[in-house]
Design a binder for this molecule. Structure first.
Ligand SMILES: Cc1cc2nc3c(=O)[nH]c(=O)nc-3n(C[C@H](O)[C@H](O)[C@H](O)COP(=O)(O)O)c2cc1C
Length: 196
């Protein structure tokens, strides 16, 4: 059974553009693959930042962890297990201050665990989450995707690739401020053309 993991990140609630696009992407995928399982992880309320206690917890073998470390590792493991179980990731990427929303960056920080999502070999780093597809819904007011002031899409593509996810497509409703209706319409049409 196909498993879809939907990652929401916008702080704009019902007004979110990226959420409109992820809605449509998930509908497109589930229409094409009835029975697909959809898991939603809404990060919009925030994700605890990694810190020293986090490093201590996730790199201590499970049987040697304290109760506190168990609790910290359990949250990180839950994020990781969802990604491992997914065939397709649908990720909302609102551009905030020319980069990723902090909660999406924190999600990535939780996932970036040596031996879980990547490892180092003699040939360099190797991603361990292979065989997955990612579809990213980017929205912005003025920042053009791929321009020199877009520090969001390239970074996210790099990190997904670092984890072994090379099949990454972007749907962009970027520069919404100029013609919001036409921009959203064009992005929605792109969603409808996605290979399911
Ligand atoms: C905190 C914040 C920072 C933003 N920074 C940028 C920015 O750097 N560049 C840009 O083009 N738009 C910026 N915007 C506008 C958002 O990208 C735009 O509202 C977009 O629709 C966000 O996606 P969302 O509607 O899914 O939240 C910002 C919006 C917020 C709330």
């Amino acid at each position: 059974m196909t498993s879809i993991l939907r990652i929401e990140t916008s702080i704009k609630g019902e007004a979110s553009v990226s959420r409109k696009l992820t809605d449509r992407i998930v509908a497109r995928l589930t229409d094409a693959t009835p029975g697909a399982r959809v898991t939603v992880r809404d990060l919009s309320a925030g994700v605890p930042q990694i810190d020293g206690a986090w490093i201590g917890a996730v790199y201590t073998p499970a049987e040697a962890r304290t109760a506190d470390q168990d609790r910290i590792a359990a949250y990180s493991d839950a994020l990781l297990d969802e990604v491992k179980a997914a065939d397709v990731l649908v990720i909302a990427l609102p551009v905030y201050n020319f980069g990723l929303p902090a909660q999406l960056k924190s999600w990535i920080d939780h996932l970036a665990r040596k031996g879980e999502t990547f490892r180092y070999t003699e040939k360099g780093p190797e991603g361990l989450l292979t065989g997955k597809r990612a579809i990213v819904a980017l929205s912005s007011d003025g920042t053009k995707m791929g321009s020199e002031i877009d520090f969001a899409s390239g970074y996210l593509r790099h990190m997904l690739g670092f984890f072994g996810i090379a099949d990454v497509e972007f749907i962009a409703a970027d520069r919404m401020v100029f013609d919001p209706e036409a921009t959203l319409k064009a992005a929605e049409a792109e969603v409808d053309r996605l290979a399911a």
